[in-house]
Design a protein around this ligand. Sequence first.
Ligand SMILES: CC(C)(COP(=O)(O)OP(=O)(O)OC[C@H]1O[C@@H](n2cnc3c(N)ncnc32)[C@H](O)[C@@H]1OP(=O)(O)O)[C@@H](O)C(=O)NCCC(=O)NCCS
Length: 435
Amino acid sequence: MSKETLTIIDNRTGREYEFPLIDGNLRTADLRQIKIAPDDFGVMGYDPAFMNTASCRSQITLIDGDRGILRYRGYPIEELAEKCSFLEVAWLLLNGELPSDTQLSEWVDEITHHTMLHETTRKFLEGFRYDAHPMSMLMSTVAALSTVYKDARNIFDPQGRHRNIVRLIAKMPTMAAYAYRHSRGFPYVYPDNDLTYAENFMNMLWRMVEPKYVANPTLARAIDVLFILHADHEQNCSTNVMRSVGSSHADPFAAVAGAIGALSGPLHGGANEQVLKMLDEIGPKANVPAYIRKVKNGECKLMGFGHRVYKNYDPRARIIKQTADEVFEVTGRNPKLETALELERIALEDDYFVTRKLYPNVDFYSGLIYQAVGFQPEMFTVLFAIPRTVGWLAQWQEMLLDPETKIARPRQVYTGYPLRDVGSMEEPEAETVMA
Ligand SMILES: CC(C)(COP(=O)(O)OP(=O)(O)OC[C@H]1O[C@@H](n2cnc3c(N)ncnc32)[C@H](O)[C@@H]1OP(=O)(O)O)[C@@H](O)C(=O)NCCC(=O)NCCS
């Protein structure tokens, strides 16, 4: 009879331990029972980048990296991108089910009526230097919102929590658009409640002197689809920050600001900006083989390729490629597309990429679409942060309501000096330091 347990033999002592497997997994805390002496600390799991450590149990998003599958609450991403709006998907991620018609119209109404920023927040944004990066402005402004909404600290009050979730989702596009207008020196455009989430964002970004901005429906739908694709991605770097900051019971504005910081890095949300820089550096399609050689020599990385979890084609990249065709019908083809397609073609055939299972990820094509729609590269990560706020908040709420949650506090393996005293501070021999 098979048992849902794992037996470990400690070869130092010859002792045998049997641990339960929960959903097929070992609780690493159980390893602490493995000791060589009663006062020994016990064995820990050492996993610096969480390569094989689950930090929570979650019902929100499923990724099967080997098969290239992504699902929100059980629904395939392909179907959601085809049939739903971003706000519908936001409701799904937060509440576990797709909304009824009434729930959806109330939800859209609620979000629409929380898009305005307090005037002091607008003035706060005005204080940034003319050349401030919009992602840094967004991060700081989100953090500053906790000075405006003091009720945000009541994180265990369901109504208060809902109110601040709505505020964050509603105000992200407004802050993002203001950050952009600030960096261009344009006057801010207030939200327009007659418009959809994506259209309103476009209106706040691009309306100039016309009395009413009319968004191109194909481009507005493309932005909505991109928002759906970026809404959640289970325990990625920034979501881990969101849960980690939230585990100390900090308010959601502080936690989202932390998550935005994590997302801003080039190995995470900043990758699509890097893809465009890379495509600029490569230039015409004919230069692609030489660039691939540089990547294989370890001189640089192929940005927009590879993923910690996907070891197959990222399903979001496939949908984005399709969306790109629709966008380019309206805007004309982005000249960098030829180079990108050639990079993908060669990389997918090359042994270096095939053996390492490096496929295009979501960022490979998203930057090309964003650029064609009219966004500057420094806005790309901001465009990622807007929809990902929904995923962060869904994960944060799930974490708060999970009875197993405790403050996130990893252990370390100390590798520094043993005890020494200040009185004996002679220069140690080099070998001694290295030992
Ligand atoms: C996403 C990423 C950080 C995942 O990193 P990871 O899971 O730690 O994977 P590793 O860095 O261990 O990579 C495994 C191997 O593939 C190589 N590799 C990974 N991504 C690569 C890339 N984009 N270009 C070239 N080689 C790459 C590594 O050099 C390593 O090779 P080695 O075994 O010879 O040392 C990484 O693939 C990357 O930096 N990609 C580019 C940035 C990007 O597009 N980020 C967006 C993610 S959505």
